[in-house]
Ligand binder design. Structure first.
Ligand code: HEM
Length: 143
């Protein structure tokens, strides 16, 4: 009989997040790696950290060998409904977005400061001339 692979929601997969029951998501596929945890050359910890999120980037960042990628297929249990992936993925994206937003607002306040840096001496100079002119004309009207 053909194996019964399923499409899981992110919520379902996220429930399997400890040493006794550990599932990960890599490139849209779901792997039950519970039995592999103790044999993983990279240790248990990185695998547990890779639960409850899309671990594709974590997996790629290590530069796993072809044999590691082949080995993964032994733990494949189904696919993930990608529309349901939220939580940690969004959380991990938001600091970047916040970073961009805050850095652009920093940039814009920086450029305002630069303009002020040039404008302020000009304003002071203009004010000094205006005072001089006003002083002269008021002296003329006195005499
Ligand atoms: C079913 C999934 C996985 C399999 C079969 C697997 C297999 C392997 C294998 C065979 C190695 C030895 C090096 C190599 O041949 O590439 C390795 C190393 C490693 N793996 Fe995984 N891995 C899996 C998932 C992950 C995930 C999700 C992470 C999360 C970050 C991870 C982190 C690491 C680390 C940190 C090393 C050590 C790299 C080093 O010492 O240079 N692995 N893995």
């Amino acid at each position: 009989m053909a194996p019964n692979f399923k499409v899981y929601t992110f919520e379902e997969v996220s429930k399997h997040n400890d040493k006794n029951d550990c599932w990960i998501i890599v490139h849209g596929k779901v792997y039950d790696i519970t039995s592999f945890l103790d044999d993983h050359p990279g240790g248990v910890e990185p695998l547990l950290m890779a639960t409850e999120k899309d671990a594709s980037n974590d997996f790629e960042d290590i530069g796993h060998s072809d044999s590691a990628i082949e080995d993964m297929q032994n733990y494949y249990v189904g696919d993930i409904d990608t529309n349901t992936i939220t939580a940690k993925v969004e959380n991990s994206a938001s600091p970047t977005i916040q970073g961009v937003v805050s850095s652009t607002s920093n940039e814009s306040s920086g450029s305002v400061l630069k303009i002020l840096q040039y404008l302020l001496p000009l304003l002071i100079l203009g004010f000094a001339y205006a005072m001089q002119y006003y002083g002269k004309s008021s002296k003329q009207s006195e005499s």
